[in-house]
Write a protein of this length. Structure first.
Length: 310
């Protein structure tokens, strides 16, 4: 990261374009969430993926960032149209990591909106597979750098923290792994130097915004580095210990991660954000346990919700 510092923002609006869950009748449940109006037309679609529009305001400035692209080439553009979101106004895009449930709509996006910057860790382009010991390995779609360039992406590769949106948004880059219990994804493998090895998923990164007088807003894609590691690393690089909100995928779903749900919640309580919005790969059991133990802070997400922080 350059010597520039993360500037504080007056206001932040985060609209969830793609997520695993949609609920047409879910009403406002806190001071910050705004649900889309009920309609029988232009209904948003849910899918196993994530994409968020992040608007940041400071004085007369307004910047728009797209984080991630969902799992398919259908939901991102469809949901943006249904929500009357103008994707032409996007200043830059960020890829949280190179897994297919975050890259599925990436080519469709850049085919329509060329010459847009894409902030990405170099390891997002690795060849990858999932290797469940009980099954045969399954290779997952590989993101091709040259194809992205041909589609119109302006690729900005960075392993470390990167400022964008006139220094109002900080992309974490590779997250420091400090906790004893967040051990990554054991079934994830990558081909490195011609051999399949356990994939540390070093390209996993988040977004941090400093909201004036409130603290940090931390947004994760899957948090393969661990959502606690991500929040704590955000505190470090943003030089601010106050966390106002943590949103995104926490990757606590399934039997591999069942044992770390409780320590994750315990550590989140210590960080003590005002709002916690688990999405995507957090999983039903973890979301319910978060709600049970941090009831006043946890918000159930649904596709189309806009979170307003000011």
């Amino acid at each position: 990261m350059s010597e520039s510092k993360l500037r504080p923002a007056d206001r932040v609006e985060i609209t969830v374009l793609v997520d695993n869950y949609i609920e047409l009748f879910l009403g406002q449940s806190s001071q910050i969430d705004r649900r889309p109006a009920f309609s029988t037309e232009d209904i948003c679609m849910a899918e196993h993926g994530l994409a968020c529009i992040i608007k940041v305001f400071e004085g007369s400035e307004e910047h728009t960032i797209l984080m991630d692209f969902g799992i398919s080439d259908k939901s991102l553009l469809h949901n943006a149209k249904a929500l009357n979101i103008d994707l032409e106004k996007i200043d830059a895009t960020v890829l949280s990591h190179g897994h297919f449930d975050h890259t599925g709509g990436i080519f469709e996006f850049f085919n329509h909106f060329k010459d847009t910057p894409l902030i990405i860790h170099p390891d997002a382009f690795l060849e990858r597979r999932l290797n469940n010991p009980a099954l045969s390995p399954v290779e997952i779609p590989k993101l091709e750098e040259e194809s992205l360039k041909e589609a119109g992406a302006v690729i900005v590769k960075s392993e470390g923290p990167t400022l964008t949106a006139s220094d109002l948004v900080l992309v974490t880059g590779q997250v420091e792994r400090k906790t004893s219990f967040e051990k990554g994804f054991p079934w994830a493998e990558a081909k490195i130097n011609g051999e399949w090895v356990v994939d540390p998923i070093n390209d996993d990164q988040g977004i941090v915004i400093n909201l004036k007088h409130k603290g940090l807003i931390v947004i994760s894609g899957c948090a393969h580095a661990g959502i606690i590691n991500t929040a704590k690393y955000s505190q470090k690089i943003a030089q601010n210990d106050n966390v106002h909100a943590v949103l995104g995928g926490f990757h606590l779903t399934g039997p591999l991660f069942e044992s770390i749900i409780k320590p994750t919640i315990d550590e989140m309580k210590k960080i003590n954000p005002d709002y916690v919005v688990p999405m995507h790969c957090t999983g039903w059991d973890a979301i319910n346990q978060f709600k049970a133990e941090m009831s006043d802070q946890v918000i159930l997400n649904t596709v189309g919700t806009t979170y307003i922080f000011d």
